[in-house]
Write a protein that binds this ligand. Structure first.
Ligand code: NAP
Length: 294
C-alpha cells in the first residue's frame, strides 16, 4: 500500500500560512515583502517558471518585480542590474532565472548577488553556511523536497538514502541536507551520478531514493526495494499532442511501475515542483523579516 505525496496540497497549506503572516505584517503597519526576478531571453521553461513565481507572489500578498533582458545582454549590464537590486532597499530578495546565455558566466552573476538577498540559495556563502549547519537561505528545490518529507513525517534517521544526481543546485545540496544532524536528515547518504557503476545495486539497498537526473522514467521497478520512499525531482518537458501546451511534464521515475512498491512516492507533476516555488517564497519571507541575516 503506498502513499502518494501531494505536493500541491502541502504547497497550498504553506502558502496559506505565509499569506496569513503577510496580512498580519500589513495590519501591524509593515510593508509586504518584495521579490524581484531577472529573466534573460525567452526560453519557454524559464518564462513559465518566472510567471509562476510572480503569480505566487500575488497570491500570497508579496510584491514582485520582473526585470527582463534580451538574450544578447552583456555581462556588465546584468552585473549593473544586480548591483542595483543589491542596493534597492525596497527589494527584499531576488533571483536570476537560470540558465543564462552561454556568453554570461553564471558563477560570476551568482557571486555578484548580495548573499543576504540570495533567496535562491545559490551564492557560495549560503552554500557554505548550509554545509556548516548555519542559518542560511536553502536552495529552493532541495528545501521543498525536505519539506515534503517533514510534512508526511517520513522517518529518515539511520535510513540509507540514495540521491541520483550531483548538480550544484539539486543533487549535492540534497545529499548534504539528508546527512545533516537533524530531521529530516541523519541518513547514511550515497550519491550516484553518470559515472556510477553500480547504480541499480545502490538503489536496491536504499530506504529512500531521491531522483534528480533529468532523464524521464529512469527509475524502474527492478531498482527499488519493497517499502522504499521515492522522491522524484525530475522535470522534463516531453512533446505531446494530447495537451494544449504541446508538451507534458515527465519525472525521472517510471511512476506506474515503481509506485506499487513504495511506502511513499512523490508524483510528477504535483510533487516536488509546487514545493520549489513555496520554498522560494519562504526564503523571501525570511529575507524581509531578516530572520536569517538580521
Ligand atoms: P543537471 O545539472 O543536468 O544534473 C543532472 C545530474 O544527473 C548530474 O549529476 C549527472 O551526472 C546525473 N546523471 C545524468 N545522467 C545520469 C545517468 N544516466 N545515471 C546517473 N546519473 C546521471 O540537472 P539538475 O539541474 O540537477 O536537475 C535534475 C532534474 O531535476 C531535471 O529534470 C530538472 O528539470 C529537475 N529540476 C526540477 C526542479 C523542480 O522544481 N521540481 C527544480 C530544479 C531541477 P554527472 O554529474 O556525472 O554529469
Amino acid at each position: 500500500m503506498n502513499n502518494i505525496i501531494d505536493g500541491k496540497a502541502v504547497a497550498a497549506h504553506i502558502k496559506a500560512e505565509i499569506a496569513a503572516n503577510v496580512q498580519q505584517l500589513i495590519r501591524d503597519g509593515g510593508k509586504a515583502p518584495c521579490l524581484a526576478a531577472v529573466l534573460v531571453g525567452h526560453d519557454g521553461a524559464s518564462e513559465t517558471y518566472v510567471a509562476a513565481k510572480v503569480r505566487t507572489c500575488g497570491e500570497i500578498g508579496f510584491r514582485s518585480k520582473l526585470i527582463r533582458f534580451e538574450d544578447d545582454v552583456c555581462e556588465e549590464e546584468l552585473l549593473e542590474c544586480i548591483c542595483g537590486l543589491n542596493n534597492d532597499s525596497d527589494v527584499d530578495g531576488f533571483i536570476v532565472q537560470l540558465p543564462l546565455p552561454q556568453h554570461i558566466s553564471e558563477a560570476k552573476i551568482i557571486e555578484a548577488i548580495d548573499y543576504r538577498k540570495d533567496v535562491d540559495g545559490f551564492h557560495p556563502i549560503n552554500i557554505g553556511r548550509m554545509l556548516a549547519g548555519l542559518p542560511c537561505f536553502l536552495p529552493a528545490t532541495p528545501a521543498g523536497a525536505l519539506e515534503l518529507i517533514r510534512y508526511y513525517n517520513i522517518e529518515t534517521k539511520g535510513k540509507h538514502c540514495v540521491v541520483i544526481g550531483r548538480s550544484r543546485i539539486v543533487g549535492k545540496p540534497l545529499a548534504m541536507l539528508m546527512m545533516q544532524k537533524a530531521y529530516p536528515g541523519d541518513c547514511t547518504v550515497s550519491v550516484c551520478h553518470s559515472r556510477s557503476n553500480n547504480l541499480r545495486e545502490m538503489c536496491l539497498q536504499a530506504d529512500i531514493i531521491i531522483v534528480a537526473l533529468g532523464k524521464p522514467y529512469f527509475l524502474k521497478a527492478d531498482m527499488v526495494k519493497q517499502g522504499a520512499v521515492v522522491i522524484d525531482v525530475g522535470l522534463t518537458r516531453l512533446p505531446s499532442s494530447a495537451t494544449s501546451t504541446g508538451y507534458k511534464l515527465a519525472g525521472d521515475v517510471d511512476f506506474n511501475q515503481v509506485a506499487p512498491l513504495c511506502s511513499y512516492i512523490s508524483p510528477v507533476p504535483g510533487g516536488v515542483g509546487p514545493m520549489t516555488i513555496v520554498s522560494l517564497m519562504k526564503n523571501t519571507w525570511q529575507a524581509a523579516a531578516k530572520t536569517i541575516y538580521p
